[in-house]
Design a protein around this ligand. Structure first.
Ligand SMILES: [Zn+2]
Length: 244
């Protein structure tokens, strides 16, 4: 494809515009990822608190069961104490008395268990309070970070629109066929269409070029592509065209 020397310089400038635009796009693409990571952090804190609350609820249910057991045991003791009045023999009295003592022992054991549950419950309350405070702090911190990110996003979007407008205005001065070729190479080559020839080496893919490439480039009438990566070569002494 034929190309004038000033057009090659324009493509180099265009590449600079595209590099800035791509960097802004990368920043913008990264914002949702960072927001999602922060939201995951907040969700993890919430889940940790919910887990403690859930374990506490389980404990309270077990304590409730124990309190019901204790009530039953106390009823049993009361009933046996009444029965004690109506026993006829000493033997029956002693048997009833020993049953009452057994029930009292069991009631006391249940009471001890309930006390342990109460202490554990206090520990859970403290943990819930700590986790709840940590969650609130994390939520404030995360909301602030997200706000900053959204500010950066808006700023980058503004810059992107301005850079795109500049790029489009500049590209309007480049012949359509040449621009199409540049865009094609750029699309196929990871966003980089232009490659500086340094000595005999393509500075993007680092492959050596045949001597004829340098000669053709010096003539400056045709596009010279890198033999390896197919990018559009330009001589190292070529300065980018000044944008209008
Ligand atoms: Zn190359």
């Amino acid at each position: 494809m034929r190309i004038a020397k000033d057009e090659l310089a324009k493509l180099v400038t265009l590449q600079e515009y595209d590099r800035v635009i791509d960097a802004l796009l990368a920043v913008l693409a990264d914002v949702p990822k960072q927001v999602a990571a922060l939201q995951a952090e907040s969700a993890a804190e919430k889940a940790a608190l919910a887990e403690v609350k859930d374990r506490h609820t389980q404990l309270l249910l077990r304590r409730k069961e124990k309190e019901l057991d204790l009530g039953k045991k106390e009823e049993e003791i009361k009933k046996h104490n009444i029965e004690l009045n109506s026993v006829k023999t000493n033997e029956a009295f002693r048997a009833m008395q020993s049953q009452i003592d057994r029930c009292k022992g069991e009631a006391s054991a249940i009471e001890t268990e309930i006390l342990v549950f109460m202490e554990e419950s206090d520990a859970f309350l403290r943990e819930e309070k700590e986790k709840s405070t940590a969650l609130k702090a994390a939520e404030i911190r995360i909301a602030e970070k997200i706000k900053v990110l959204e500010g950066q996003k808006a700023e980058s979007e503004g810059k992107l629109a301005a850079e795109r407008a500049k790029r489009d205005a500049f590209a309007a001065a480049i012949p359509g066929e040449l621009l199409g070729h540049y865009d094609n190479v750029r699309r196929r080559r990871g966003g980089v269409a232009m490659a500086r020839l340094e000595g005999e080496t393509c500075t993007v893919c680092r492959m050596n070029q045949p001597p004829q490439s340098k000669v053709n480039l010096a003539k400056g009438h045709e596009i010279v592509a890198c033999e390896s990566c197919q990018r559009i070569l330009y001589p190292s002494e070529l300065a980018a065209a000044k944008p209008a």
